[in-house]
Design a protein around this ligand. Structure first.
Ligand SMILES: C[S@@+](CC[C@H](N)C(=O)[O-])C[C@H]1O[C@@H](n2cnc3c(N)ncnc32)[C@H](O)[C@@H]1O
Length: 286
């Protein structure tokens, strides 16, 4: 789901210290009023999105935005959409799926049952892609996927499994490049401008809200996939999430981060072996 980019951001203030103070207070207010913790998100992208929301709400200062947020939960919903950055697609970065197919699936074949956590799954395109891949490899039946996101709205879309028909050409190309074995059109039915994916693909999927910044682990997993999520977090929050993943992974479990993230320089780098350095797929060894 793309962000609305139509609003022009208001100019940043001339006093950076005052701006930082206002941002800190707003994030604290959001946390205490709604329980969403954005206090450790990377600063530059956070600022850009706050200023865009300021312009869209037609308010002049971050403090004014804070007052509106505190009194109007719908304003909070709009900000949540801005801050949670839900851009995604099916078979996004096809080489990731190719590596998963070739290097992770053979390991999964040796397990009687596999639990996969897909953290920050957005509107679900990643989860449907994974389900298709696992089905083609004959392991979907003995897999359960836990697909989580901070944002309940995107999970509603994910459960419905209807994605824009206009995206199918791009997704077909991605699917082929990811090592797909069939004609991609067999997986959806076109209805108006949407492509409906069958509910059989989510039979073994549990969609649930989970906040990586605040919530605890909720199971032991054989595989954790978390792509294009931690790039928005600062170093301390990244470390927290790596701790959470390490605690949630079984020994020899797989951590798949995708090429934009890395374990290098984190406090958990020494706990994993690299399975695919380019796609940042790791195996827990201690
Ligand atoms: C850019 S999307 C990535 C979607 C998918 N993983 C992919 O690679 O296509 C980032 C997702 O992370 C979610 N997210 C952001 N902060 C989060 C948090 N603290 N806990 C859980 N999910 C979060 C957002 O709501 C958004 O859906």
């Amino acid at each position: 789901m793309a962000l609305p980019l139509t609003e022009t951001a208001a100019p940043p203030p001339e006093d950076p210290e005052l701006e930082q103070l206002e941002i800190d207070l707003l994030l604290e207010a959001v946390y205490r009023r709604y329980g969403f913790d954005f206090r450790q998100y990377a600063v530059a992208s956070l600022k850009r999105r706050l200023w865009r929301r300021l312009a869209a709400e037609r308010v002049g200062t971050i403090s004014e935005l804070q007052a509106r947020l505190l009194h109007d939960p719908r304003c909070m919903e709009r900000l949540l959409l801005d801050l949670s950055i839900n851009v995604t697609s099916m078979f996004r970065d096809p080489t990731f799926y190719l590596a998963f197919r070739e290097k992770v699936v053979p390991l999964l074949r040796t397990y009687p049952f596999t639990r996969i956590w897909c953290a920050g799954c957005s509107t679900g395109e990643e989860v449907y892609s994974l389900a298709i891949l696992l089905e083609e490899e004959g392991v979907y039946e003995r897999t359960r996927i836990y697909a989580t996101d901070i944002n309940e709205n995107v999970l509603t879309t994910a459960r419905e499994g209807v994605f824009p028909l206009a995206s199918m050409q791009q997704y077909t190309e991605n699917y082929i490049r990811s090592g797909g074995k069939h004609d991609f059109s067999r997986y959806y039915v076109a209805a108006y401008d949407g492509a409906q994916f069958p509910h059989s693909l989510t039979e073994n999927v549990v969609f649930a809200q989970h906040n990586l910044a605040m919530d605890r682990s909720f199971n032991d997993f054989n595989v954790i996939i978390c792509r294009n999520v931690m790039i928005y977090f600062d170093r301390a929050l990244q470390d927290r999430v790596h701790g959470l993943f390490h605690d949630s992974l079984e020994m020899f479990g797989i951590l798949a981060l995708g090429h934009k993230e890395s374990l290098a320089f984190t406090s958990h780098a020494g706990s994993y072996d690299e399975i695919d350095p380019a796609e940042r797929i790791y195996r827990k060894i201690r």
